[in-house]
Design a protein around this ligand. Structure first.
Ligand SMILES: *[C@@H]1O[C@H](CO)[C@@H](O)[C@H](O)[C@H]1NC(C)=O
Length: 200
């Protein structure tokens, strides 16, 4: 009887522990636009748990994040209140063709990310996805736009004074795009898998 009861309790405790959020869940935040949201959608669809899910960042290109008190950062802070200040943040450089983005603006995004994250947080940086079999596909960013964001991200990753990590490119192939820029369902799944490969 003793054994049965203790087994029962151990089982219950295990079940409760399983339901509780694991310590590493939702400890990674992100900033970016609808293209970051596409990654987050696919990440959640692929059962990714480490990074936040989508939180309504559509249209939030670089200039939405340069002012640390912007409505975009307020949205980020709401996520941080919900999950705790993130110990990692992915900074996605996402642009409209005009105005594009400067390296100075990218540096500002990184500084702001540190300010809104937990102390000592690890910062990741990428461009928006590129389109290897149709490079000028994304009219919103302009024909050279996606590559420009990747070049900025690589430059930041190589700049030791910034202490940020460039994990690689996100890629969208022709059949994975719905409007030239954004991922369709297959594209979201693909982006989500790429994110899992970078960050688990
Ligand atoms: C660089 O970032 C890492 C987190 O990725 C942090 O642990 C480390 O303290 C930072 N180094 C400096 C010099 O700030």
């Amino acid at each position: 009887m003793q054994l049965i009861i203790s087994t029962l309790f151990t089982g219950l405790a295990g079940a409760v522990a399983m339901k509780r959020q694991m310590p590493s869940e939702h400890t990674m935040g992100f900033i970016g636009c609808s293209m970051a949201e596409n990654v987050a959608q696919g990440y959640v669809a692929n059962n990714g748990k480490h990074m936040w899910g989508p939180y309504g960042t559509s249209g939030m290109v670089v200039q939405s994040w340069t002012n640390t008190a912007s409505s975009s950062w307020k949205l980020f802070d709401q996520q941080a209140t919900k999950y705790g200040k993130p110990s990692e943040v992915w900074v996605q450089i996402c642009i409209f063709q005009n105005p594009g983005a400067t390296y100075g603006e990218v540096q500002q995004l990184i500084a702001n990310a540190r300010q809104h994250a937990a102390p000592g947080a690890k910062i990741w940086i990428t461009g928006q996805p590129i389109y290897p079999d149709n490079p000028s596909s994304c009219f919103l960013a302009g024909s050279q736009g996606p590559q420009l964001t990747v070049d900025l991200a690589k430059r930041a990753g190589a700049d030791t004074s910034l202490n940020v990590t460039y994990p690689g490119d996100f890629k969208l192939m022709k059949g994975e795009v719905q409007d030239g820029c954004h991922a369709n369902t297959a594209g979201q799944r693909s982006l989500g898998k790429q994110a899992l490969a970078f960050w688990g």
